[in-house]
Design a protein around this ligand. Structure first.
Ligand SMILES: Cc1cc2nc3c(=O)[nH]c(=O)nc-3n(C[C@H](O)[C@H](O)[C@H](O)COP(=O)(O)OP(=O)(O)OC[C@H]3O[C@@H](n4cnc5c(N)ncnc54)[C@H](O)[C@@H]3O)c2cc1C
Length: 261
């Protein structure tokens, strides 16, 4: 883990609300795992003071590049859109604990919403490399926000899309789709990110099916180094509930242990 000034190869608007950035990460690319994140300094000046965390969207080992897909929300991400190709971006990472894939998992189910889709895309990329079949349910406000669909399909994933726009994104409908997927595929593990509602559903379904599941949590972060404890969440350990840091012990956790309030 280190601070790096990486050259931005491209930083473009890809939909009404989302931007896509590719950076040259030659020396880092081999150290990065899906589910990990970088804490990015979004502007050269000291405002905003805090870096902002972003998951790795794609890891391109052959090209020595990594990609980020980000939603423009507030000051930090607005400033990030102003970074031009050829300039550098100050990134700290890779940080945190990423996803793990077991050899015996030949089919996995991904359930992601909003920016959580970016986080699970890198996992789908790694699964494709390991010949693991991915079935993905992607949820978003509108079809316009389902940018990563083609990326996931490019990794061989079978993708189901649900949106508010189409009236298909309610939890009950997602559960129906999940049941259908479980009938058609021998799903060995589940992965989720981006929505507490959908994560609770994934937790329930994977516990019923008695299969493992992992979640990448997205909490507000301060230092992202495990010092400030701004990003704690609760996990169950036997009879006890423990507070853990999303930036250090996470962001990926076993879903059955996470307390999803
Ligand atoms: C581990 C991790 C990985 C992430 N990966 C991605 C990614 O790949 N792509 C992406 O677009 N975003 C990702 N995020 C979320 C991203 O960090 C925030 O959207 C970003 O920090 C917002 O910064 P801002 O300055 O633009 O907005 P701010 O001005 O900081 O916030 C704007 C609004 O968003 C809310 N907000 C800020 N951060 C979060 C958060 N973490 N969770 C919920 N609400 C928040 C604020 O309360 C405020 O209402 C990730 C977050 C974490 C913790």
């Amino acid at each position: 883990m280190q601070v790096n000034k990486l050259e931005v190869l491209s930083n473009v608007k890809v939909s009404e609300r989302y931007w896509h950035m590719i950076v040259d990460s030659q020396e880092l690319t081999n150290q990065i795992e899906p589910g990990q994140f970088f804490n990015i300094k979004c502007a050269d000046d000291s405002f905003p003071f805090l870096r902002r965390p972003f998951s790795i969207y794609r890891i391109n080992k052959e090209d020595g590049t990594i990609e980020f897909l980000y939603l423009v929300k507030g000051l930090g991400t607005v400033k990030l859109t102003e970074v031009k190709a050829g300039e550098t971006v100050d990134v700290f990472g890779p940080l945190g604990v990423g996803f793990s894939l077991a050899k015996e998992w030949d089919t996995i189910l991904l359930l992601a919403r909003g920016v959580g889709i970016a986080t699970l895309a890198a996992l789908a990329q790694e699964a494709a490399k390991q010949n693991i079949k991915c079935v993905a349910i992607l949820s978003a406000r509108s079809n316009n926000d389902l940018l990563a669909t083609e990326t996931l399909q490019g990794f061989g994933a079978e993708v189901y899309k649900v949106t508010e726009e189409d009236g298909t994104s309610d939890v009950d409908n997602v559960e129906i789709i999940m049941e259908q997927i479980f009938k058609e595929h021998d799903v060995k593990a589940g992965f989720t990110c981006g929505s507490k509602r959908l994560s609770r559903l994934m937790q329930k379904v994977t516990q019923e099916k008695n299969i493992p599941a992992q979640i990448a949590l997205e909490e507000h972060m301060g230092c992202a180094m495990g010092v400030c404890y701004a990003c704690v969440c609760d996990v169950q350990h036997g009879d006890k509930i423990e507070s853990v840091r999303v930036c250090k012990e996470g962001p990926v956790f076993d879903l059955d242990k996470v307390v999803l309030a």
